[in-house]
Structures are given as C-alpha cells and as structure tokens.
Design a protein around this ligand. Structure first.
Ligand code: MG
Length: 227
C-alpha cells in the first residue's frame, strides 16, 4: 500500500504539476533598492578604515595582505532605503502574477543574516514574497548558486537576471555559455544616470571587441571599386 501511494505521489509530481521552465533572478543592492551600506577596508595594522563607495570600486578591489573587508553594514536594510521603482515594478509584476512554471529568486552577495531583512523590506513595500527565494552568497560568486538551481530544474529553458554588477553578469554569462548553452539567457544591467533608471541588456567588453571585429570584417567584405 505504501509503495502504491509513493508511486501515485510521484505520478502526481511528475505529470500533473507544471514543471518550472523559467528562472528569474534579481540582485538586491542597487538593483531593487538604492544601497547605502558600504564595504569597509580595514588596515589590520593601523586600524585605518576606508570605504569602497561603488560597485565599480568593489569589483576593482583586489585582496591585499594586511587588509580585511568589513561587510557589517550589509547585515541590515534600514527602513529609509529607497526602492528603485522601475525594477521594483518589474519584480512586483512577476510575483503578483505568479506562474507555476516560473521561479523568482533574489540572489545577493550579502550574508545569510540579511535574507530576513530583505524579506521584511519588500513586505513593507506591500509585495507578497511568499513564493520568492532569497539567497545570500556572503560575498561568493552568484554563478554556482544559479548553476545549482538550473541543475535541480532541468526543464528550465529561459533565464533572466537583473544585476547592476558587470562582474556578476560577466561571470554568469560565462557559466551559462559553458554549462547551459541551450537555455535562453537575458542579462539586464540596471543603470542610474541623472536620476533616470535604464535597464539595458548587458554588454561587456567582449561584446564591444566583437562588434569592432564585425565592423572591420564588414568593411573588408565590401566590394572594392576598380578604377
Ligand atoms: Mg548590486
């Protein structure tokens, strides 16, 4: 009898529940909300502290002996943190129109302690996040987390990620090309310029050099006129 029930349950899971075919991943800081927390660089000898004020500065920072990074400000999401309305709107639209074949996640480089803070913050914006998984990678790359997710839902055929960090997007793109070449990928890099938020498709250096190579090729392929 137990075996019968077990088989029946498996049947229900495999055939009746809609398989997940879409994964949507949002970053938190400077994607869903303006970040005010700063990473501090502490000189272990002198105790001198400086801050890394932007994502670019953080991405460019290289581990240095005698220096420790202090992420303590990233444990909390202060109430006055301002949402980035344009991205919140996209996020809200997804979670308020839940689709059984779509999974929505927030993957942040913050530590696990911040997960509940992020959930509270979004709930205070009146967003029902009961179906959203929030993951803190504690400074680790986001790629392995996304890879694990895609491996556990082999039916996923479409992946979209919103992240303001060029490094994160380039990383994830490389992983996707290598490990999931058949999944449709869309990477979006929110940018705030003069108070206006744009959400362009991510282009990294490689795209630029590729497009330069393409235009050179194009020029060479033009028929030459013989005088
Ligand atoms: Mg960010």
């Amino acid at each position: 009898m137990k075996l019968l029930l077990e088989n029946w349950r498996r049947y229900l899971t495999e055939f009746l529940e809609a398989p997940i075919t879409k994964l949507r991943v949002f970053d938190f800081d400077d994607t869903l909300a303006h970040n005010v927390a700063k990473v501090k660089v502490v000189n272990a000898k002198t105790g001198e502290i400086r801050t890394l004020d932007s994502q670019e500065e953080f991405d460019a920072y290289e581990e240095t002996e005698g220096e420790d990074l202090d992420y303590s400000e990233f444990k909390e999401v202060p109430e006055e943190t301002k949402p980035i309305e344009e991205i919140i709107k996209i996020f809200r639209n997804m979670v308020e129109h839940p689709s059984k074949d779509r999974k929505v996640m927030i993957i942040t480089a913050r530590m696990a302690a911040a997960e509940a803070e992020i959930e509270d913050y979004l709930e205070n914006l009146d967003i029902d996040i009961s179906d959203v998984e929030v993951v803190g990678t504690a400074g680790e790359s986001k790629s392995p987390y996304i890879k694990k997710e895609l491996e556990s839902f082999p039916s996923i055929n479409s992946f979209i990620m919103f992240d303001d960090s060029e490094k994160n997007l380039a990383d994830v793109r490389e992983m996707m090309e290598e490990d999931f070449p058949n999944i449709k990928v869309e990477l979006r890099q929110p940018k705030i310029e003069d108070g206006t938020v744009r959400v362009p498709i991510f282009r990294d250096q490689r795209d630029t050099s590729k497009s330069i190579a393409d235009s050179i090729n194009y020029l060479y392929k033009q028929p030459r006129r013989v005088k």
